[in-house]
Design a binder for this molecule. Structure first.
Ligand SMILES: N[C@@H](CCC(=O)N[C@@H](CS)C(=O)NCC(=O)O)C(=O)O
Length: 253
């Protein structure tokens, strides 16, 4: 029988991993509560939050499980799989378990979680947050992110629907979107990848995705398309300070 009751509580911040979940929740039309986590204040390292995600990172989610007690979810890929498995019974943004497309979505989901996210995250770090300019790190992670973008570009160039898998938007697209939308922050001009650029706009044109990307506060990464590298680096200065402080605190533990 279709599972419809939910008591979803999303713990998130305005980041590429965070908005995956709010965009998905909006696409599924599910009600949800939001707690905005202040990464600059290290709220994600407080004991109450570690009970929900022992890894101390957003996004995290709680829900009332089928047995009536609370279930916790962490890791954005795991959260997305949970939400579609349990609530997308009509397969709006997923495919039936065991179908060929189901496994292809899984391929891209793991590709994002193990490749695109970590590599672009490091490209961001070396390009924007490192206290000194380490050209080797910048090149290594920007080149790897570019390589991954080329893989996605090829996949999209062959797609009839304009989405990564089959005839619809899926959690594979939603997992990647926030990262590709913030390409400029990693120092990668998106216009080098025409299919990716069009895919970013295609997704943002969906009302649910448009609404979900602004949780818990406005998403501004797309505006970076029009900024110069100098303007972007200036904008990074404040974030650099707290990233460095947070790293120093973690290293002391
Ligand atoms: N693999 C994790 C990555 C989560 C992650 O790195 N979250 C970042 C924001 S995008 C975070 O919470 N950073 C704060 C910190 O590192 O303390 C996922 O996909 O959920």
């Amino acid at each position: 029988m279709a599972e419809t009751k939910s008591d979803i509580h999303l713990y998130t911040a305005q980041t590429p991993n965070g908005i995956k979940i709010s965009m998905l929740l909006e696409e599924l039309g599910l009600p949800y509560k939001v707690t905005a986590i202040d990464l600059q204040k290290n709220t994600q390292k407080e004991p109450w939050f570690l009970e929900i995600n022992p890894n101390g990172r957003i996004p995290a989610l709680t829900d009332t499980f089928t047995d009536g007690s609370t279930i916790r979810l962490f890791e954005s890929g795991s959260i997305m799989q949970y939400l579609v498995d349990r609530y997308d019974t009509e397969h709006k943004v997923s495919y039936p378990r065991g179908s060929r497309e189901y496994w292809e979505v899984n391929n891209w989901l793991f590709w994002q979680m193990g490749g695109l996210g970590p590599m672009q995250g490091q490209a961001n770090h070396f390009t924007r947050y490192a206290p000194e300019k380490i050209q080797y790190g910048i090149n290594r992670y920007q080149n790897e992110t570019r390589r991954l973008y080329r893989v996605m570009e090829t996949q999209l160039s062959k797609s009839k629907s304009g989405y990564l898998v089959g005839d619809r938007l899926t959690i594979a697209d939603l997992a990647c979107w926030g990262w590709v939308a913030s390409a400029y922050w990693a120092g990668i001009p998106l216009h080098e990848f025409p299919h990716l650029n069009a895919w970013v706009d295609r997704i943002v044109a969906r009302p649910a995705c448009e609404k979900g990307r602004h949780v818990p506060k406005p998403h501004t990464a797309l505006e970076n398309r029009n900024k110069t590298q100098e303007e972007l680096d200036k904008a990074a200065a404040e974030t650099r300070a707290w990233v460095q402080q947070s790293m120093a605190e973690d290293a002391k533990k």
